[in-house]
Design a protein around this ligand. Sequence first.
Ligand SMILES: [Zn+2]
Length: 313
Amino acid sequence: MKDESRLIFVPRNKSEVKEFKISRLKLFTFSFLFLISFTFVGKLGLDLFIDFSQNSKIKTLERTNAVLEDRLIEAKAKIDSISQQILVIVKKDDELRTVLGMSQLSSDIREVGIGGSDYAYNFEDEVSGFEDNVGLGKQLNELSKLEREVKLELESYTELMKTFQKKQDSLKHLPSLKPVLEGYLSSTFGMRMHPIQGVRKHHEGMDFSAPRGTPVYASADGVIKFTGVAGGYGRMVRIDHKYGYETRYGHLNKYVVRTGEKVKRGQKIGEVGNTGISTAPHLHYEVRYEGKPLDPRLYYFDDQILNTMVVNK
Ligand SMILES: [Zn+2]
């Protein structure tokens, strides 16, 4: 009886109690086998579960990877397209600089602006599996390069705009209008026999013969520097055109502007007269640069239609 155990089943309704007799050795053997099987099945189940969950993670990652690679390919296409457009902008920048008489940005400046190893992303190894040409590192490097090219162009355009505005302003102030629409050229710039003094003298301007009262126009934008009688010039108006230019209008019958007044090209400043050293009504017109008289013909358009358009604008 000693090596014998008893298994007793007591049903809930207590109608019948079942009793089994079993030896201890058998009980031990059964228990051991049961434990082994349970552990084995359990381990198998756990492994299967881990495998399944890992596989599902890998599949999710693979899908994510594929989507990311697609997006990288799209990003690369966009970056390539922007690079092409920036090349066009660089070409236009060069053209504008040529038109405005500015030197083009040298390749050195462009390289300094866009080079530099500190911007070199290098984690190709971290993102293996992607095709080389869509590497994330390469794309980020390309983006840094584009960012700096755009910055350089923005700076360049500010410079271009400033130069353009200055040019435009200086052109407005360049004495390019013939100061009288009527009348004929009676004496040119240079050495000539003086009509009254009878000696060879340098004529520092041009004379336009015209009837007294013929309107005289400012040949460019500027500020009236002087109005009054000035020796042989008679009644004279002087206009300061900035950028070193000045024009003088002599022998006027009268002037219609005041010193300090701003005038526009084509604005009437006075009328032809015969004041000062003059034998007949005419306009003596001078263009001076840094005080030195220059041949006015080098500056104005000798085109009646063009001059009329400017005066009547
Ligand atoms: Zn003269």
